[in-house]
Design a protein around this ligand. Structure first.
Ligand code: ZN
Ligand code: CU
Length: 489
């Protein structure tokens, strides 16, 4: 009998399968982009052959990581090798978070309304009138990673309202709802909001519910950067749960945190509240493994932070990477006046408590999401460092949770939360999205001072059976596709 033949075999691996089950020695045979054979035990596939073989040398083979929270909508098109992500072992990104999506939006002239400028400050990339048009372009020019896209409520507002600084009218709500329905039927997985930010902060709860009605019919997710992650965080949780119940859909709390010194320690309260509500409605959450946040520069956020770093500034690019206090001194201005001079700009804020970060990250239902901002001149290091930092710093070095749990938080849990069928697990029949890494060496290289650096210890990253990252560099392969959501009728 002829020996089994595969497109790719990975031999001598220690398999951490994404389910939280204990690791085991094994070998994987890949055929046509799927895991055709999972052999248990050393040398399980010794009699099989393949066009390509990778010797794992006893390192860990895990499902490809799924970045639960990204702003990669445009990166998929403008940097399709996706080095910031594949260098960390990420094979799928959930895009369109915090109310900000690239589609459906056609920018005409003038400045891009913040925070949509996180994706592109020039406006030139905002050129997709529908999700179908955006998906078509990504299907003809695929990226290295898969993507699971969401519709941003802020994008819908900017697209549908002449004045975004007030609640939407009934006519505007129905326009937004139609755009949301178009996106869901094209294959989006949900709607995100960013009511923390102007102008979405002008949207009352009822507007959000009415815009999100199509989620009920499509079984989509409601994902939110909540109105308040500081003093009123409990009210924000209640608003989120109410929206989920009203629509009958799963909610995901984005980058859960409690910001500002007076709120340090309050993750005990928020997690207890989330746990209680999980008993009666579906709730998910993500978290990035740092106690500094990063977003657009606003004076209101400077006060509660112990330190602020400027990440970019349109009028003053020369201050990227500098502390705001230093910039203010150089300009001979107060910090408030310096902020006004730098706008539009981005910043990193040191305003969280490490104990809260660890408590939230360890919570059983917390997924890992980078919330990286790929177009910042000097980005928060979470963009390049999130996944190796959880595996290395938090799991291995601090022992916050076992490796199997760390991997589950970035694979199986995430796929289950977002409905990404046959992903996030290593089993026969699943898509061959795989990451091979050295559990002793894996670590982030990106720092606040030098944020753009590929991680240590990530040996090979495979999407649909094709290596996309090897020997510390992208391979040039672009097998990424749209995942999750409704299949096109
Ligand atoms: Zn956010
Ligand atoms: Cu975000």
């Amino acid at each position: 009998m002829a020996a089994d033949r595969y497109d790719l075999i990975i031999r001598n691996a220690v398999i951490v399968d994404g389910t939280r089950a204990p690791r085991f020695e094994g070998e994987v045979g890949v055929r046509k982009g799927r895991i055709a054979k999972l052999g248990r035990g050393a040398g399980a596939l010794r009699d099989a052959g393949a066009d390509r073989e990778i010797d794992a040398k006893g390192k860990v083979l895990a499902p490809g990581f799924i970045d639960a929270h990204t702003h990669d909508d445009r990166l998929l098109l403008s940097s399709p090798d996706m080095s910031a992500k594949v260098s960390q072992g990420v094979t799928t990104v959930v895009s369109g978070n915090c109310g900000v999506s690239l589609a459906p939006m056609v920018h005409k002239s003038g400045a891009v309304t913040p925070p949509l400028d996180l994706l592109d400050a020039t406006g030139a990339w905002f050129r997709f009138p529908s999700f179908a048009a955006y998906f078509e372009e990504l299907a003809s020019k695929p990226a290295a990673t898969n993507f699971a896209p969401m519709i941003g409520h802020t994008t819908l507002r900017v697209m549908s309202m002449d004045d975004v600084e007030r609640p939407a009218s009934a006519a505007e709500i129905s326009r937004m709802r139609e755009l949301a329905r178009e996106a869901m039927s094209a294959g989006a997985i949900g709607v995100s909001t960013g009511t923390f930010y102007e102008p979405a902060s002008a949207a009352p709860t009822a507007e959000i519910i009415e815009v999100c009605r199509p989620l009920t019919e499509f079984k989509g997710l409601y994902v939110t950067h909540m109105r308040d992650e500081a003093a009123k965080v409990m009210d924000s949780l209640d608003e989120t749960f109410l929206i989920g119940r009203e629509l009958g859909v799963k909610v995901v709390i984005s980058h859960h945190k409690v910001a500002g010194t007076p709120n340090h320690g309050r993750s005990k309260e928020t997690l207890a509240h989330i746990s209680r509500h999980m008993a009666t409605q579906p709730i998910g959450m993500d978290c990035y493994p740092y106690c500094a946040s990063s977003t657009i520069l606003t004076w209101s956020r400077v006060g509660p932070a112990s330190k602020v770093l400027v990440t970019w500034s349109k009028p003053h690019p020369e201050f990227s990477g500098m502390e705001l206090s230093v910039v203010a001194a150089k300009l001979g201005l107060s910090q408030e006046a310096a902020v006004a001079k730098l706008l539009p700009a981005g910043a990193i804020y040191f305003a969280m408590d490490e104990n809260d970060v660890q408590r939230i990250l360890s919570f059983e239902h917390t997924m890992v999401g980078s919330d990286g901002l790929p177009h910042d001149a000097s980005p928060h290091p979470r963009l390049w460092g999130t996944f190796p930092r959880v595996l290395g710093h938090y799991s291995r070095d601090l022992g916050l949770f076992p490796l199997e749990t760390a991997v589950h938080k970035m694979t199986g849990l995430t796929a289950a939360t977002f409905g990404l069928t046959d992903r996030g697990v290593i089993r026969e029949g699943a898509h061959a999205d795989l990451t091979l890494f050295d559990p002793g060496q894996v670590a982030e290289a990106a720092t606040f001072a030098k944020p753009i650096q590929a991680a240590h210890g990530i040996d090979a990253v495979i999407v649909s059976g094709e290596p996309v990252w090897e020997n510390g560099a992208p391979t040039g392969a672009r097998p990424g596709r749209r995942v999750g959501g409704m299949p096109r009728a």
